[in-house]
Ligand binder design. Sequence first.
Ligand code: GLU
Length: 304
Amino acid sequence: MSQLKEITKYRGRFAPTPSGMLHFGSLVTAVGSYLDARSHQGEWFVRIEDIDRPRVKVGMSENILSTLELFGLEWDGPVIYQSQCIGRYQEALHFLEALGLIYPCNCTRKEIADSALFEFEGMVYPGNCRNGLHSERNNRPSAVRIKTDTDKVEFHDRLQGRVYQSIENEIGDFVLRRSDGIYTYQLAVVVDDGWQGITHIVRGADLLESTPRQIFLQKLLGYPQPHYLHLPVVTTAQGKKLSKQTLAHPIDAKNPLPQLIAAIDFLGQRPPPELIEGNLNSFWQWAINHWSVTHIARVAYAPL
Ligand code: GLU
């Protein structure tokens, strides 16, 4: 499949879902991916992951972009919006269809639950529709799933080390297009990262378990495998990931410096106390020059 341009050296990205404002957890991811890119003299892109329309909140894309700007996170090139790339996801699905690797599924949630095995991420889809749809429900809209296999998908994460998964056993055939017609995150992210020529993915460790599925799709679609770095996830005092559900406070766009310092501190970067006396320029200069992945803890805790 075609790519934006030849892969140069380092091309990183930050890919927020505009379902809420940036909170401390998403700031940590943005800062981590930015520092890793800039300390490698790399490019850094922003992609708005607005494919799941029902989750998108009005005005959030603009809000996220203006917050990034206020914090001094300067992106390269135009911002990509997934909602404007539907043709590419369609093309990828057709490509997989031609390989005989996808099939429609009209199972209800209950049928899946009744016959599923349970794994770490929830239910493993037991492959009910692999050999054909439930004929009594032919008029029900179908999702599209990909046939997986039991081979081990293995990769080395720059922080988390060796990660492996047998997708058929641990996840099952997963959905590429939902029954409401929306392309899923797993397909869209692989197509976008491949098309944009992303070489390094730096994101939260909550996505670690998704990575083998993405590598599986990359191989089928003929995209090169990027390098991965999954950062520790910021949690509440109860150990829950910061999110809209845990009512994470949005970051305060009027006062970037202390929050940026807190973000790199969370990432183990040991900012010197005098950094707070400076400005955004001196902050970024220090942070880029001193960025060190070896200082990041695999699992970190930020009391908020
Ligand atoms: N859009 C995803 C999120 O906001 C991130 C996807 C990714 O970095 O692969 O959690």
